[in-house]
Write a protein that binds this ligand. Sequence first.
Ligand code: SAM
Ligand code: SF4
Ligand code: SF4
Length: 339
Amino acid sequence: MTLIDQFHRPLRDLRISVTDRCNFRCPYCMPAEIFGERYQFLPKPQLLTFEEITRLTRIIVRLGAVKIRLTGGEPLLRQDIERLVSMLDALEGVEDLAMTSNAYLLPQKIDVLKAAGLKRLTISLDTLDDEIFRKMNGGRSGVDKVLAGIYAAEKAGFSPLKINAVIQRGVNDHTVVDLARFFKERGHILRFIEYMDVGNKNGWKMDEVVPAREIVERVHAAMPLEPVASNYFGEVARRYRYVDGGGEIGLICSVTQPFCGSCTRMRLSPEGLIFTCLFATEGVSLRDPLRAGATDDELEKILRQTWGDRIDRYSEIRNSLTDEMRDQRKKVEMYHIGG
Ligand code: SAM
Ligand code: SF4
Ligand code: SF4
């Protein structure tokens, strides 16, 4: 029987954050002033091993998840990540195995990832303007490094790629058309993401959010677009295609047009906590019972209970919260549970 939550949403996707570390310091995710030299990331013994992740994933797949995405932090920083990819690829019932990465380390990893069974890649790139991009990753990378990762992925056969771009008013919103044109020409699917109030460390303000509608209007004025129906229930991005047949873009409008009603995602943190929402305040530990010797059936019971009790719909209630209420809510950080 399909496992459903309190709002009848099935469990379909699992996002696995394999590390809380990152080689970038995007101010909207891991501001450099907070995540400096002395910041204490999770010590290695606390991280789930690949064997532990695979065991938990096998159980979660049994409960209905068919799409798996590896994320972080930066997943390519996790040593031998390709070994995890091949372990997950071997699981019965996994229909899609994807990764979200900033692509900095991709050129040296792409062939082993492909050989291990990675199916799809999403690469984050917020702008093609080098100066702005450096600001948006805390001075850790130029655009050239990410493009090198994109070209390597194309060469390895990962086309079309999905490209994630977070848009912030007054930062990179004036560069959206250039970005759209570039990826239209290369045949990749650019997804504009509304800047979100994930975690408590990025100093999010509503007036820095550029509503998706505005982004569509800007791109449409330069290259006409028309809406397309979603591919499947729970698809996060609203899709638009270029009228000239030159591919499509997506909009992830978590702030202005929330999609909690069709949210089918479960998240597993690097230290084995289950989160049922990107804006959750706490997770349920699977690592503790697992390391205390729980059987698969016992772990499955915890998972069933956690999903069965789920009532998350943060994005739908965000606008009814005052700034103070939002600040008081101690949410998990994006670099910790991934996008
Ligand atoms: N490090 C990888 C990367 O950047 O692609 C994977 C993890 S990152 C947390 C996943 C996605 O979340 C990225 O595309 C990133 O742009 C997005 N993201 C991070 N903070 C965000 C925020 N405050 N609002 C919207 N998207 C955000
Ligand atoms: Fe790192 Fe990705 Fe967060 Fe940027 S968005 S700091 S690349 S985890
Ligand atoms: Fe899903 Fe939570 Fe985002 Fe709503 S706010 S779409 S429940 S992750």
